[in-house]
Design a protein around this ligand. Sequence first.
Ligand code: FMN
Length: 312
Amino acid sequence: MLNLNTYIGKLKLKNPVLVASGTFGYAEEFSDFIDLRELGAIVTKTITLNPRQGNPAPRTCETPAGMLNSIGLENPGLEVFISEKLPFLVKTGVPVIVSIASESGPQDFIILARQLDKIKSVAAIELNISCPNIKSHIAYRISHIAKLIAQDPKSTYEIVKSVRKVTHKTLITKLSPNVTDIVEIAQAAESAGSDAVSLINTLTGMSIDVENHRPRIAAITGGLSGPGIRPVAVRMVWEAYQKVNIPIIGMGGIMDTSSALEFFLAGATAISVGTANFINPRATIEIIKGLKEYLIRNKIKDINSIVGSLKI
Ligand SMILES: Cc1cc2nc3c(=O)[nH]c(=O)nc-3n(C[C@H](O)[C@H](O)[C@H](O)COP(=O)(O)O)c2cc1C
């Protein structure tokens, strides 16, 4: 018998294949393409306390081996999410991981987590402290340099610690690749009580239309995702795996089974599929099937036994 069961904190998943926040809407959008019940878990588009319209268009553009986006966390807000989006998600029977972000400092994170903590059908909370497209993620300013929460170990520790106090649910902290040392941020999240870390969010990037001298997205800079960022993501998972003891949910350019496997070998306990969903809405299902075939082909019974099995 093959074992694909995986634990993220106390949350048990039937397989380790998730969808990355913001690339799968609230799941209903994908219900015509795949059997949602097959997924290991669904991570929602990040929600904020109040509805957000997001950033002006154009919000996305293609890049070599990827895309840039600056959606700006468009979402219907907590209340509408609970009344209109959550019921469908719960009906899938798949664990629902709700991604949250703040528009105004730590307080929003605490209010959101407190509210979600009361809802039994919410399996886990992911703290999005790493979105490059929203100003409120800026923790503070040192001279003229603005930083995201996830770019500073102290701010990361403080946010995670304060949310940890208000929820017993599995808590996942989503980290930014736009840092010099991913390990110190992962360790800050771990020591503040996070049950797992997700990495990576998008890399800050920029693309210019040389004919009209304008940026290709209205927000000028945006988040780079897709296969082009995979080597950076795999490297960061591998670095974090050696220094933290909590599970790592790996993502960044996972397009197929082989790229998913790179993350497991580097140390990810589970993986998330993001940009690939736009290109092939069946990518997750194909990866679940492909992982099973890989295990059978290599006579491996338990997916957990390949986690961090990189040979050096
Ligand atoms: C269009 C788009 C929207 C995204 N929105 C969110 C979001 O709301 N919250 C979040 O934590 N990450 C968001 N992300 C980042 C993804 O969850 C993921 O971390 C990143 O894209 C890397 O994975 P990928 O290369 O497989 O897409 C978004 C990415 C894309 C492409």
